[in-house]
Design a protein around this ligand. Structure first.
Ligand SMILES: [Zn+2]
Ligand SMILES: [Zn+2]
Length: 285
């Protein structure tokens, strides 16, 4: 199975063949009768990268539009883990031995401001280079042997569930903000002031993001795709859309590769639904 990406709209599909559901909203969709224009997908189509600014002190100075280039952008999950105690030499973090005193949203005592240490370029031996999905895409990893695939699928799915579980727990203690208009995420007690929001009515906000508390799905977007019940069968069709279920792209990829479906995904994947063939579907009132 392959993930199919798409350069004209965000739709992603996992399967031997791309689906034929005519719901493309991308540019030129009218000329394609709303069929999607598929290309080979990448890791980033399955796991949507969400980056945020790394902060030496999340309780320090707020990032301004003018100072945004003083900060590195790293995966939001990594930033969350750093703030929670993971030590990565390239991305130092202020560790306090006195708690921050706050009154509501106002910081009463943060232990003073400390100057950010000088930025160092990441070393090639850094664990962060393993997170560089670009290299995974261009073939850093050879394809697995057929006998290894089910095990690899199960390990991948287990890891995905473990990360989501951990992120959910950490988010109860460390605040993460998300823009209500676009996909920007900020790890820290308040947002930042980089005016880069290009979403709905951004002119009214002078490009400022609309911050609110983030959900786990905003930090690790599930990126729902259609569930393919029979990967060897005929492509999914619009006429049968209401019989199909959905799953996060990672879950769908691992399931098709032989992993066991976690119970919580079964209802949304509609595993018990018998999908009729197109002719039968026409007879259903
Ligand atoms: Zn499309
Ligand atoms: Zn925004």
């Amino acid at each position: 199975m392959l993930p199919f990406g798409n350069n004209l709209c965000p739709e992603v599909h996992v399967g031997q063949t791309a689906h034929q559901i005519q719901d493309c909203q991308g540019p030129g969709n009218v000329n394609r009768r709303s069929f999607h224009s598929w290309v080979k997908g990448s890791v980033n189509d399955v796991l949507i990268p969400i980056e945020s600014y790394h902060l030496f002190d999340p309780f320090g100075h707020r990032i301004k539009h003018e100072t945004r280039f003083d900060y590195d952008r790293i995966p939001a999950v990594v930033e969350l883990c750093i703030q929670a105690g993971v030590e990565l030499p390239e991305y130092p973090s202020r560790r306090r031995n006195q708690p921050i005193r706050m009154l509501g949203k106002k910081v009463i005592d943060r232990g003073g401001f400390v100057k950010d240490p000088k930025r160092k370029p990441p070393s090639p031996s850094s664990p962060l280079t393993e997170l560089d999905t670009y290299w995974a895409h261009v073939g850093q990893f050879p394809p697995p042997s057929a006998s290894d695939i089910p095990r690899l699928a199960q390990e991948t799915l287990d890891a995905y569930e473990k990360v989501r579980f951990g992120v959910r727990k950490l988010m109860n203690k460390y605040s993460v903000k998300a823009c209500g208009y676009c996909s920007e995420v900020h790890v820290g007690p308040w947002g930042h002031d980089a005016k880069l929001c290009g979403a709905f009515k951004h002119q009214w906000r002078d490009g400022k993001h609309g911050w609110q508390d983030a959900t786990v799905d905003e930090v690790i977007p599930p990126n729902f795709v259609w569930h393919v019940q029979d990967p060897g069968g005929s492509p999914l069709r619009g006429a049968l859309k209401r019989f199909y279920g959905k799953a996060p792209a990672v879950v769908e990829l691992c399931t098709q590769a032989g992993a066991i479906v976690p119970v919580k995904y079964k209802p949304m994947m509609r595993l018990d639904i018998v999908v009729p063939d197109t002719d039968e579907a026409r007879l259903v009132a």
